[in-house]
Design a protein around this ligand. Structure first.
Ligand code: PRX
Length: 634
């Protein structure tokens, strides 16, 4: 009997699946695509080249992804719970939403959007906390063929405006406000402020969450609940092309301006479903919980799409890990009998720092599989997770991927392939990583380190960057001919497992979130009295990397704390509180080469405290600034 490898269950299966996927990738992925509802079957599986670049999967195929997330499950098991929504405050009742109910809510929301004149190809920005309307709104866009762009609710009005303008959004979906731990925070007023700088937005739909009396601009803003009263409970799904865009998600790179990563429907659908079921070894009936926010790619692929495509039951959590106390995650695991738990190393480290008492009062016996994502996990955190949360019986998958890859590319498959602390380990079937040296030569041996690239497309690879294809080519496909360059360095151990070392470009990974140094510098430079700045990452116990800023001011700084406050405020305004520098050192100059380039390597070494590894500083314009910088190190 032929094996389509749709579910890899043993190490032997994995070896065979990988071999099959490399030998005949088209046959391999066609077999996976067969699992879905297509209005029209594809003519060709794949066309690609990494020069322009141009990648197309399931060419000629017609479908709607929401029919695959919802309709087919409604037919088969409409009463199954799709979402268990756990609110911020444990005293508030959790809500269960079945596949049938979710289907109806998505259809109604889609009809509201349609009634507003929003349709295929229009861009809709979603700026909402982790409430069910976020997932419903996103799926409603997909239902009618509108392109969603979710912006994380922690971003500032200016960041939101930049994204709305870049996408040319016609509508914004938001809420009145949000709960976050003990705090209530504004959402609608941030949208209002952003929209002062935007001209394309015609409609704002507001979900009620905190019950505030927010200002509503007549003709533009409406309450979602009022609109829902007038619409039908059914909404035929728009027939889309496999290569039509599904969403834009903005992410930081090494330039000052975030770019809109574009994913298209068919390939993204096939890959998120495949990777979800295989990495987590999800079994029907299990409860899955990914703690990420839908504002990031993890919440797109492993909350909104992957689990729903697979017909899973999942927890969606509004709150934070430490509210009302650092036992909250584990309380929710016990309460909803979570079987598969997927979180970020930064959350593990911060809970680890709060002590074991918060863990030991919970049973955690429902857990079967644990996962991490977003940044390298240090061995101490890995062992703590494995021992105290997984009770040494749950496999831990360390999943490496990126906004641009759409789904998990390197990870062990839970309990199927081996795991090793700190190692993402194995490429998924269909994924072909290579390590290159700086000259672009392939490193074929094990036990070696290099630049991580992919030499063959997988179905959910980004297709372009919104409105600027050349930027996509430049960023990902120009460093090495014929390769997708990830921006990460990696090492293969002697047994061929991959260990991700971290970014090799000017991107800092703070608590699993990406920021470009240029983006933060341009925010700092907007603070009054700042002349110039340079930002680097440094090792941080909880966040993985912290942000260290070296700042030159116009005049000598009178009160350093006051000035630091201004700088932090400037970053809050430009990007959001998540990007605020942890350390700000005032300097009179920066180490520059004679051509004016800042030598970040030196700044990084000082921030890391590796003062004996500064290297040759004699080529600098003014080598003396290095002494001053070292002396003033924080
Ligand atoms: O450096 C890698 C790191 O996060 C980057 C991608 O960030 P983003 O697009 O925001 O997506 C994060 C969630 C998928 C990568 O280039 N990264 C992600 N996962 C891991 C990781 N580093 C080490 N180990 C991981 N498991």
């Amino acid at each position: 009997m032929s094996n389509d490898f749709s579910r890899v269950r043993t190490a032997e299966d994995y070896t065979a699946a990988r071999a099959a996927s490399i030998e005949d990738p088209e046959a391999f992925w066609a077999a996976q695509a067969e699992r879905f509802t297509w209005r029209r079957r594809w003519d060709r599986v794949l066309e690609w080249e990494f020069e322009t670049p141009s990648v197309k999967w399931f060419i000629g195929g017609r479908l709607n992804i929401t029919e695959n997330c919802l309709d087919r499950h409604v037919e088969a098991h409409g009463d199954r719970t799709a979402l268990i929504w756990e609110p911020n405050d444990p005293k508030e009742q959790a809500r269960r939403i079945t596949y049938s109910e979710l289907h109806e809510r998505v259809c109604r929301y889609a009809n509201v959007l349609k009634a507003k004149g929003i349709g295929k190809g229009d861009r809709v920005v979603v700026y909402m906390p982790m409430i069910p309307d976020l997932v419903v709104g996103v799926l409603a866009c997909a239902r009618i063929g509108a392109i969603h762009s979710v912006v994380f609710c922690g971003f500032s009005a200016r960041s939101l405006a930049d994204r709305i303008n870049d996408a040319g959004a016609k509508a914004v979906l938001c809420s009145d406000g949000m709960f976050r731990g003990p705090k209530e925070m504004p959402v609608k007023s941030v949208v209002d402020e952003a929209l002062e700088q935007c001209t394309t937005v015609e409609h704002v739909l507001v979900s009620r969450r905190v019950g505030w009396d927010v200002s509503m601009q007549p003709g533009r803003d409406t309450w979602l609940a009022d609109e829902l009263e007038h619409v039908d409970a059914t909404c035929p799904a728009e027939e889309m092309d496999s290569e039509d865009p599904l969403f834009i998600l903005y992410t930081s790179g090494s330039t000052g301006k975030p770019k809109g990563v574009v994913h298209t429907i068919g390939g993204y659908m096939v890959y998120t479903d495949y990777s979800f079921r295989n990495v987590f070894q999800y079994e029907e009936g299990q409860v899955f919980w990914c703690t990420a926010d839908v504002g990031w790619i993890t919440g797109h692929s492993y909350i909104t799409y992957g689990p729903l495509l697979a017909g899973a039951t999942q927890v969606m959590f509004e709150g934070v890990p430490t509210f009302p106390d650092p036992g909250r995650f584990w309380q929710v695991v016990d309460k909803h009998r979570v079987n598969v738990f997927y979180t970020a190393p930064t959350a593990i480290r911060s809970l680890m720092a709060c002590g074991l008492d918060h863990v030991l009062s919970y049973d955690l016996h429902s857990l079967k599989v644990l996962g991490t994502v977003g940044e390298p996990i240090n061995e101490e955190a890995w062992h703590w997770y494995k021992t105290h949360i997984g009770k040494d019986r749950c496999p831990v998958v360390d999943t490496w991927w990126q906004t641009e890859t759409g789904g998990i590319l390197i990870s062990s498959l839970a309990g199927v392939t081996d795991e090793k602390p700190g190692h993402a380990a194995h490429p998924l079937p269909g994924v072909q990583p290579v390590l290159l040296n700086a000259e672009g030569g392939e490193i074929t041996g094990n036990g070696e380190e290099g630049l991580l690239c992919m030499k063959f497309p997988w179905p959910s690879i980004l297709r372009t960057t919104w409105g600027d294809h050349e930027r996509c080519r430049q960023t990902y496909f120009s460093a090495f001919k014929g390769m997708y360059f990830t921006g990460d360095g990696a090492k293969r151990d002697l047994d061929g497992r991959y260990r991700i070392i971290g970014r090799v470009d000017d991107v800092i990974n703070v608590s699993g979130h990406r920021f470009g140094t240029a983006e933060i510098e341009s925010a700092i430079n907007q603070a009054k009295g700042v002349v110039e700045s340079a930002v680097v990452g440094y090792p941080h116990d909880i966040k993985g990397q912290g942000i260290y800023a070296y700042v030159i001011t116009e005049a000598p700084v009178g009160d350093p704390e006051d000035m630091r406050g201004h700088i932090v405020e400037a970053v809050r305004q430009a990007i959001g509180p998540i990007a605020k520098p942890d350390k700000i050192q005032f300097v009179s100059g920066l180490p520059k080469t004679r051509s004016g380039k800042i030598m970040r390597r030196i700044l990084r070494k000082v921030a890391e405290g590796e003062l004996d590894k500064l290297g040759d500083t004699s080529t600098l314009l003014d080598p003396k600034v290095v002494d001053e910088i070292q002396e003033g190190r924080l």
